[in-house]
Design a protein around this ligand. Sequence first.
Ligand SMILES: NC(=O)c1ccc[n+]([C@@H]2O[C@H](COP(=O)([O-])OP(=O)(O)OC[C@H]3O[C@@H](n4cnc5c(N)ncnc54)[C@H](OP(=O)(O)O)[C@@H]3O)[C@@H](O)[C@H]2O)c1
Length: 323
Amino acid sequence: MKAILIEKYGLPEQVLKLKEVAKPAPNENEVLIKIKTSAVNDYDWSIVRGKPYLYRLMYGLRKPKYQILGMELAGTVETIGSKVKQLKVGDAVFGDTSNYGFGTFAEYICINENAVIKKPVNVSYEDATAIPHASTLALQALKDIGKIREGQKILINGGGGGVGTIGLQLAKLNNCEVTGVDSQEKLGMMKSMGFDHVIDYHEVDFTKTGEQYDLILDCKTDKSSFSYSRALKPDGMYVTIGGKVVKLLKVLFLGKIISIFTRKKFKMLALKPNEGLDYISGLLEQNKIKCVIDGPYTLEDTPRLIQYFGDGKHKGKIVIQIN
Ligand SMILES: NC(=O)c1ccc[n+]([C@@H]2O[C@H](COP(=O)([O-])OP(=O)(O)OC[C@H]3O[C@@H](n4cnc5c(N)ncnc54)[C@H](OP(=O)(O)O)[C@@H]3O)[C@@H](O)[C@H]2O)c1
């Protein structure tokens, strides 16, 4: 089968190579999936370069421990292991495989059956692959941690990316007023998707506008907790899902101190892959949410696409069509 292989850390276009490798065979708890589509994520951009260096503790000190990256897929089950219970040959499935290893930038993957769920018939493979990681990040941040409520005033920092575009739609299902912050070239797309207000973060610091929010979902933490506190209403909550490591640690630490003296809360999400994906799948099936797709592109194009992701040029989710 064809796969994009990585042997050492470096820039995607220098270290990722399209190669022919043996097609894997499933063990007793695994299914062999013929991958139709995959998508590019922050993990791919970080692991390929081994940066931040903290990642090397988890993903290999001197070279990446996974040969094939990629963590989202949609495809069909081709063979099943003897102990597989929930899936059968021919099922169309999708999911975030990051809890069970990577390997979706390839024509086939063997993976634990719990890494995927069944794909609704009326949802395309492109949409299904674009949804698992970003949507569960948005759902767990807004609903499980943020306890989003009807009519709240919400801000999504990094609103034009994979998480932000789904986060907007989840917030709109709760009739919230939503402000999105991102770079200039994404603001038009964000307005047309339904953001009530948009802010170019290169021009305006949203923590200095005087506006205050019930809930801030931050995909790219890069300011101090005092700045975020200023942008929160008295009972407001700040939930971060990612950003610069040092800033994240500071926000969590100082956020706890601010919480002692005010009613404001500061939280960070640790993603539980695929948790809530059934709910999201239902929304997709009923056409209540839509995916914003950049692509689809080809498997051969993957190294360039990971660089494109790292350069922040994408709009929504970058999707790769494989089979
Ligand atoms: N908590 C967890 O367990 C967990 C797990 C996996 C991933 N993550 C995190 O989740 C996030 C993934 O978000 P995503 O998939 O939506 O990423 P994405 O598609 O890259 O979107 C991020 C958006 O934020 C914008 N942006 C960058 N810097 C910004 C800033 N300082 N202020 C405002 N906007 C900014 C980017 O635009 P430009 O690049 O054009 O500026 C981009 O449009 C990452 O931070 C990742 O580390 C968290």
